[in-house]
Design a protein around this ligand. Sequence first.
Ligand code: ADP
Ligand code: MG
Length: 684
Amino acid sequence: QQALHPLKPAPWADLKVGGPRRLLLLCSQRLDKERQQLPVWSARERLVELVRDNQVLVVIGETGSGKTTQIPRFLYDAGLAKGGAVACTQPRRVAAVTVAQRVADEMGTDLGAKVGYSIRFDDRTSGATRIKYLTDGMLLREALVDPLLQRYKVVVLDEAHERTVATDVLFGLLKAVCRQRPADFRLVVMSATLDAAAFTRYFEGAQAAYVEGRQFPVQVMYTAVSEDSYQDAAITAALQVHCEEGPGDILVFLTGQDEIESCERLISEAAAALPPDPDRPQLAVLPMYAALPPEAQLRVFQPAPPNTRKVILSTNIAETSITISGVRYVIDTGFVKSRSYSPRLGADCLQVTPVSQAQARQRSGRAGREAPGKAFRLYTEASFQQLPPTTLPEIQRTNLASVPHLPAPACPLQLKALGVADVVGFDFMDPPPRAALLRSLELLLALGALDARGDLTQPVGAQLARLPVEPMYGKVLLASGEMGCSVEAVAVVAMVSTDVVFHLPRGKREEAVEAHQQFRCREGDHLTLLAVFRAYSDVSRKGHERSHWCRAHFVNPRAMRKAMDIHSQLKEHLQALGIPLVSCGEDTRVLRRALVAGLFPHAARRQLDGSYKVIASGQAVAIHPSSVLRAQNAKPECIVFNELVRTTRQYARDAVVVEPSWLPELAPAYFARQHANQQHNGGA
Ligand code: ADP
Ligand code: MG
């Protein structure tokens, strides 16, 4: 059966007849046929012509119509990238990776050759790369060294409707590039929503093109009453659809990795326990989230084997960034995890929030791409009516000093580094709230990245802009060089930048907790992570020793490999910046002081009743249940932490014990001001 051809050529050893070339050809021929059925295919000549004739073109097309996979290639094939390359930006790393792989397959080339991708800490491109998928944050980073983006003839700004901070900053930069390279630069803005007006208004004189999509009717269903737990409801709904509905795959929208993993297990168990029915297909449960390894991400695109129905459990990634063929049923929990600034807390927090009506429609639409479908919304129709009509652009809801998923703080540190003096007056499509901009400028001032006049400082500000981590961590790294603990600081930053390290499998929890015991460090999570890093590094790289070690210690091997990779890249960055690599050995005090030097805005102090308050904002926080400090029931007087997580209450994740006196010592201006503010507020 055609559909069963693997997308990638089989490994050499498995090839019985013919060489890999033939198989490759076979694959791309089949893929050619698939390409030609996409709605954008018939529009390709017109699209190319429009790009030739207009410096800025806005392309609007239904999700799944082939914009991302096809348009960059059309432009390349038409010779519009001659003497340079085509860049296509994606707000999501997963999309950059999976789409690049797909396009490489379609073109019959290896990933990293003519087609490649570049995301933070992972670059699969070469000198030969002509079509490059990259996160919008990576393009911003490239702009730091190449402000006019000379290496690209065409930039395709994809998923513009997502309006991430990085996309919004890119709008401004690309507008300037257009002005300065009128003859040899083309910009294509692509969006899945119908609102081209905002984009064409911003890029004066831009043309808009609409790609006619195919959309089959989708029957939308609501629950009769509100459900207590959307997770339970999602599991029930998935099984219900599986047992009662005709053929077609199921796409379930959940909010995050943990949730997806637990639903994956519960659905598989429940499906296995169903009473046997010869007419019912098998159920294959497939997760999809950003931290999944690339091989596993690509697995969701493979057609289900015969007599099997796929259930894909995905984060918001599948809303518009990626399209999975075969989906006829959508289950929408109505929630999404998003980052937003909480004025009450004075910090950003990652929070599960209801989707907007536009998002709910987009999700339902995914069921009707190939045939009529059904969408099950796990909330009542009345709740739907109460949802906000659209989602606010991220730039208007986050703390701009630190957008952690970006390679570097997009804004305004990056803007400053790009030579934009007046960040508040920058030509934003939708300006962020002035207060947020000012607050982030204040933080950058506190970190020493800006001087009192608001100019980027040398070398600190320029160095922070270059480091591929948030400015607070960047500051930790810079300080560690001076304080003499950069070897440890790099390891700690790598460990907090990777995925969840400690593995707690169900049924073996106690054993795992016991195994983790040896890494526990009284002084906090950063030092505990450092202990894991050190122990892992000591294990020989030979054979499978490191994997064995991970299994024995209930440590996630993938997270460790990623941490090692990040570690070596950060080391290179520090070397490039001339920061010495020195070790503090066992003196944790030095390291904790370096952590304070960057994380001081996230300092919290114990109150008389034993609770904690963030010093900067005065808000209450609790130490996260996963913290070693909780495990030991320690109640240090003062901590600094990595991030706030809001679930049932406000938690400080990854905390380390520090001495209160270090705060005014290492960030005198900040704490003097905080103190003054508090006095002021108290008096008012
Ligand atoms: P759009 O950008 O308009 O939403 P895409 O170009 O992402 O559309 O998708 C076009 C088609 O390519 C879809 O049918 C999708 O299923 C397919 N596709 C995209 N990536 C992959 C992949 N990695 N593997 C298999 N099919 C893919
Ligand atoms: Mg797309």
